[in-house]
Write a protein that binds this ligand. Structure first.
Ligand code: SF4
Length: 392
């Protein structure tokens, strides 16, 4: 049976957070079975983009990454804290803003992967990729520890231990994932580099338009598991989701990478019910500054398409092309009838479930489609799209 520990922090400083991480790892039986003396251990925080503040819930705070590295060091291993920020984002700027230099002062290596030698890693059990475009440091690591943040995501409902590993591929491959299907791409990475431990920074999380633009939620929690799928299942339950509604967890479980059923996961420390708080979903947030348009989500439209539409609108906004949205009707799910004001020019049919109406609008293929194709469906041929697909 998989085990997940939930522990409250004993203070918001490094000592209090280290104590909570230590306690959580003890709940799992320690590191002896997964970390051996002399091992090269890659500690992977989430440093997706330069956040508004380091405690906005968008990034892993240095205290949690440092606590994990400290425990690996105590186990006799050589930990390296390494990350590549989102496509197009300067990782060093994120490291600086998030004060990861404090970890260098404590004697830990903190590495911007984008500045290190590259290496391909042959994919194992993959559906989308033959190999990961990665780095020597990742290829040479003997164990990977995923250290994500507790937050929602505008395309995949939540981003936790599974999604965090997307930072272990180069920018170009990240962009391809967003065009071809982020779900299978991420799970291919997990299948190839299965983390031995996941420690979720739940001190400050993010709800709504995560992974970067969401609202900060203070939770004062640390979650840990040696099963990344179980860690994500419990993490999503703490945020008020059914784990099975989170597409990455579901696919990872289908591929045999870990446990998703809460009934089959032992939770130690705090119970889920005692700490749970419903996080606002990305699909419940109104994006300001958009011209009049309609979203027609059939009740059969699943979260994959709903979140892809919201995520694509965020992309459109960040690209400064919202004017193309004026008067558009965006349809997702197996809708039977279109409203009378729908025309082939103003209607965008998103995902395979809506494609049966393809003669009555612009059909965007995929299940769910990649953001780039949804944006293309909205702007038509007027623009070269795909300039920013860099969320984590
Ligand atoms: S196209 Fe796929 S993701 Fe979209 S609503 Fe249909 S089944 Fe769900």
């Amino acid at each position: 049976m998989s085990t997940v520990s939930i522990r409250k922090t004993a203070g918001d400083d490094y000592a209090g957070i280290l104590a909570a991480v230590r306690r959580a790892v003890e709940d799992l039986g320690g590191l002896g079975d997964i970390i051996k003396p002399g091992m090269k251990v890659l500690v992977k925080p989430n440093l997706v983009a330069v956040p508004a503040t380091r405690l906005s819930g968008a990034v892993t705070r240095w205290e949690v990454a440092g606590a994990v590295a400290q425990l690996a060091r105590e186990a006799g291993a050589s930990p390296i804290i390494a990350e590549s920020a989102a496509a197009g984002v300067n990782t060093r700027a994120v490291i600086e803003k998030c004060e990861y230099d404090r970890l260098r002062d404590l004697g830990f290596a903190v590495v911007d992967l984008k500045q290190t030698p590259r290496r391909k890693i042959a994919a194992k059990g993959a559906k989308l990729i033959a190999s990961m475009d990665s780095w020597e440091l990742v290829a040479e690591a003997e164990a990977v520890i995923s250290v994500p943040v507790l937050k929602t995501h505008d395309q995949t409902e939540v981003t936790l231990g599974l999604k965090n590993l997307k930072g272990l591929i180069e920018d170009e491959q990240k962009k391809i994932f967003h065009a071809q299907g982020v779900m299978n791409g991420v799970i291919d990475i997990v299948s190839t580099l299965r983390p031995v431990l996941t420690v979720i920074d739940g001190t400050y999380g993010q709800e709504g338009l995560g992974p970067i633009f969401g609202d900060t939620v203070r939770m004062d929690l640390i979650l840990a598991s040696k099963d990344v799928v179980a860690a994500d299942a419990v993490g999503s339950a703490v945020m008020g989701y059914q784990p099975e509604d989170c597409m990455l967890s579901l696919e990872a479980n289908r591929r045999g990478l870990g446990e998703i059923s809460l009934a089959k996961i032992e939770v130690k420390g705090e119970s889920i019910a005692s700490v749970a708080r419903r996080f606002k979903r990305a699909s419940e947030v109104e994006i300001e500054g958009l011209p009049p348009h309609r979203l027609l989500f059939d009740e059969g439209a699943c979260t994959g398409c709903r979140n892809t539409v919201i995520s694509s609108l965020m992309d459109l906004k960040s690209q400064g092309h919202t004017s193309y949205l004026e008067g558009k009707i965006l349809v997702a799910g197996p809708l039977r009838e279109l409203p009378p004001e729908s025309t082939p020019e103003n209607t965008v049919l998103i995902g395979k479930c809506a494609n049966h109406l393809k003669d009555r609008g612009r059909a965007v293929r995929g299940c769910p489609p990649g953001n780039v194709y949804v944006v293309q469906g909205i702007v038509g041929d007027a623009l070269e799209v795909g300039r920013r697909y860099n969320a984590d």
